[in-house]
Design a protein around this ligand. Structure first.
Ligand code: BGC
Length: 317
């Protein structure tokens, strides 16, 4: 009897230790997203948490994910909180990429690795010391694909037949390289295809659907039928622009073109239906998995590469 009790107790101890050891082994992860209200970053963060918990087996209590509310001061407090809590790794979608340098220095001093996502820090900041990386997609590629989508249309982006692609550009937050490169490379792709271009209007819509609609409405009332194409740096703003196009009595694919980036589900459907000319898949699944894998490696003490890139994919009918 004594032997049986001893055996049972030994088994209980082993089982308890097993649980405790597994918990001790799972890293604590601090995540901040620049703004929960962002359409694309909502898909991204949901997949990131799903992948970490379901596929990587990280207990959800080990993951803290907070909303930066598009406010760098608020987000800096969140990051300071993660450092004070001594998390094992941070996954950061900065409000302002320009804050990367100070974050890198703080994290390095605390010995906490960092995975930056979605908003690429400058090359200068990426050259600083520390165990950190950037996981993202090369925004030049998405811009190039947008331009190519228009250059490949039957009338080469020229509805009014004046021999020039007259365009409206609705930009994301210009502090962000995604906005800068998409704006620049979409037009470069048109020029590289031998087309003449004419910028009618260019303003920042900060990635926001409502602002996209307002800006497109302003451009349409100002330039009317002179507009051949509305480029939007993302799909959320393209959804807004689409509403303005309808309100102005114009028809995508019949007298105007509209392109975005992200390939949100509803925009893929619109491309299929012909109510949007095209979009570019911003692979939130590939990016979130790559970011999680890098974070888990770094939490185990492995040294990160500086960059992990995920490709964009052109989406047309
Ligand atoms: C996406 C946008 C998003 C932005 C947030 C971009 O890569 O295309 O939809 O608003 O990231 O930083």
């Amino acid at each position: 009897m004594k032997k049986i009790i001893a055996l049972v107790m030994a088994l209980v101890i082993v089982a308890l230790c097993g649980v405790a050891c597994a918990e001790a082994a799972a890293p604590k992860i601090g995540i901040t997203i620049y703004q929960f209200a962002d359409n694309f970053m909502t898909l991204y963060r949901e997949e990131l948490v799903r992948y970490l918990t379901e596929d990587c087996g990280i207990p959800s209590e080990n993951i803290t994910i907070v909303d930066g509310k598009n406010d760098q001061a608020e987000q800096t407090n969140q990051i300071d909180g993660f450092i004070a809590d001594n998390v094992d790794v941070m996954i950061l979608n900065l409000v302002q990429s320009s804050s990367a340098a100070s974050v890198i220095q703080k994290a390095d001093a605390a010995g906490i690795p960092v995975v930056f996502i979605n908003r690429e820090p400058s090359a200068e900041d990426m050259a600083l010391n520390g165990n950190f990386c950037y996981v993202g997609a090369d925004a030049r590629q998405s811009g190039t694909f947008q331009g190519q989508i228009i250059a490949e249309t039957e009338n080469k982006g020229d509805w009014n037949g004046n021999g020039v692609v007259d365009y409206v550009m609705i930009m994301g937050d210009p502090e962000n390289v995604d906005a800068q490169y998409r704006t620049q490379f979409s037009i470069k792709a048109l020029e590289d295809a031998g087309l003449k271009v004419n910028k009618l209007f260019e303003q920042r819509g900060d990635w926001d659907q409502t602002k996209g609609q307002e800006l497109a409405a302003t451009a349409l009332s100002q330039f009317g039928n002179d507009i051949d194409v509305i480029f939007c740096n993302n799909d959320a703003m393209a959804l807004g622009a689409y509403q303005a196009i309808v309100d102005a009595g114009r028809t995508v694919g019949q007298d105007i073109y509209l392109v975005g980036v992200d390939a949100l589900d509803e925009c893929q459907q619109m491309v299929n239906d012909g109510t949007m000319t095209g979009t570019v898949l911003n692979d939130h699944v590939g990016q979130s998995h790559t970011a999680a894998d890098a974070a888990l490696k770094a939490a185990k003490g492995e040294t990160l590469e500086k960059y992990y890139w995920v490709d964009y994919v052109k989406v047309t009918k």
